[in-house]
Design a protein around this ligand. Structure first.
Ligand SMILES: [Zn+2]
Length: 321
């Protein structure tokens, strides 16, 4: 999610990226979203039939329930029903997020293995470390010719979350957005301005509600950081933000949170109006294509849009008084 530890491991034959979300940074979001995110009684009758059908294909072995869908190998330690609902949700998410983000077709498909552990303890055991993260996305190329392996891991934080309707879907949205983007970038590095900005934007999206509702009710977890940056006139340029080599500079303290806030706010600005969506597409194409983003903001549409975004930020600040 936004607050994440990100580790790049480069060697001759192994390239991996790890993105984790720290629980303490998610807690405020959980509180906010709990009020706005409905339970999944929003499944339609047709989807419920599909879930029942998927459930019939879930295989249980050694305490792990698993089923394969079009794009995902879905696993959980919880039960067959949870696994089936998660599987249906992932396909729903994949379809709708791809459309929302106007992502191009994938050149080299690769399935993601998504695992929801029944407890934080089991999640940490799988990662081999006592992390406080809530979820993690990894991609790995085993060698120079093999396809990528994508994995997403998270866990049910309490007994209530073992019922999928109460599960914390923002973590699925965030990590799976990383997967959708990285799938299109292949081995290329995506600047965090785009990777984190988009994943953070999508995490709060309720895919059971229409776009109009989501646009009207969009909430930014880092709103306080953004307000502070505006008031202190410390909003970084998108060009600079697209080039920072280290994203987390203060252990997810105020500086890093300000980066999340600004990246997410800029992405929200681009997706908030049809007139700016062509630049969003250009930005994603450049970011997943390995282009430097610096030139996009130097002049032309990028420069004008960034200037307009800043004007909106500072206008809203003045109106706040
Ligand atoms: Zn992230």
């Amino acid at each position: 999610m936004r607050a994440l530890t990100q580790t790049f491991t480069f060697s001759c034959f192994i390239i991996s990226i790890r993105i984790s979300i720290r629980a303490f940074l998610l807690l405020p979001l959980i509180a906010v979203l709990a009020a706005s995110m409905p339970a999944v009684e929003c499944w339609t009758g047709e989807q419920l039939d599909e879930i029942r059908s998927i459930q019939g294909h879930v295989v249980a072995k050694d305490g792990l329930f698993s089923v394969t869908t079009s794009h995902y190998v879905v696993r959980s330690e919880i039960d067959a029903r949870f696994t089936a609902e998660l599987a249906r949700y992932l396909e729903l998410f994949d379809d709708q997020a791809t459309s929302l983000l106007m992502l191009p077709a994938v050149a080299a498909p690769g399935m993601a293995v998504v695992t929801v552990f029944a407890s934080q303890t089991d999640y940490q055991k799988s990662l081999g470390k006592a992390t406080r993260s809530r979820g993690q996305f990894d991609w790995l190329y085993p060698d120079e010719t093999s396809p990528a392996r994508y994995t997403i891991r998270t866990y049910a934080a309490n007994l209530r979350e073992r019922d999928f309707r109460n599960f914390f879907r923002p973590i699925i949205n965030h990590e799976t957005t990383h997967y959708l983007l990285q799938l299109r970038a292949g081995r290329r590095h995506i600047p965090n301005l785009v990777h984190e900005g988009i994943a953070t934007y999508v995490q709060a999206w309720d895919f059971f509600k229409p776009t109009s509702w989501n646009l009207a009710n969009h909430c930014c977890e880092f709103a306080p950081n953004l307000r502070h940056a505006v008031d202190a006139q410390e909003v970084p340029s998108m060009s600079w933000l697209s080039q920072v080599s280290t994203w987390d500079v203060d252990d997810f303290g105020p500086q890093t949170n300000t980066r999340y806030a600004c990246a997410e706010s800029f992405i929200a600005y681009l997706l908030g109006d049809d007139s700016r969506k062509s630049f969003f597409k250009r930005l994603v194409t450049a970011a997943t294509g390995g282009e430097s983003l610096r030139g996009l903001f130097a002049n032309g549409a990028g420069s004008v849009i960034e200037e307009d975004w800043r004007r909106c930020l500072f206008l809203s600040s003045e109106h706040r008084g």
